[in-house]
Design a binder for this molecule. Sequence first.
Ligand SMILES: [Zn+2]
Ligand SMILES: [Zn+2]
Length: 254
Amino acid sequence: MELTNKIKKIEDLIKEDSEDALIYAVLECRMAIEIVSKKKIDFYCKRYNTKLLNKHWQPNKAIKLLKQIEPQADQSYELMISREGQDTEEKNWISLGKHESLSLKSTTDYFHKLGSYLHYRNDTDLNKLKKLLNSALSDLTRVNQSTLMSDLALTIAFECKKCSTPIHYNEEGTKNIHEFVCPNPSCEAVYKKKPGGDGTQLIIDNVMFTCQQCEQKEYINSSKVDIGYIFTCSSCKAQHEVIEKQWMYGLCNL
Ligand SMILES: [Zn+2]
Ligand SMILES: [Zn+2]
């Protein structure tokens, strides 16, 4: 609905055909692209940590990051089903719906090109601007006709060792990332990828401390731990301060 309203506004402003109206249409167009990107980010946030995807407010940067972990996320597609057991050619395929997307390239191009009109200039080529607005408008209208958003990717699932939240990752996307973050905002445990002999291992990148008062085990992200770092026991609320670093070592070639 939000996007439909924006599209209507952009159409009306283009029809007005004055320089002021066209520049205003640029603003509305950039906001519409933000709405499209935000919707996509919100969809994938169910799988990933909200902070991981939302820290980039610019749509082109957010979609670029999303594409690294979900390589197909900016593609358009149609979802079809058919009964099993028939020959491929004879199958009666039924469409469940279409997803229309703005590619990463279009998102980036539109965002930058439109943005260049939001600064003062006295040589604005209105015909060129109208052409750009009409092209963005037709893409936004296409995206607005999407009837579904789905994700049929192969996923890797494991349970967070710290808080037991299920963590799901796109198998194809994991080739590009080296760190997994628990999606539970009050946990955010970090897992590092470590290639091993029989496949990839995920190692929790946390340091374990035992509460000196009640012996509760606390896991703290290792990037936060340093001398002077204060943490609170989640069970008895006793505060502890890190006062010394200790290196552990073992024999190689055992
Ligand atoms: Zn967790
Ligand atoms: Zn305690």
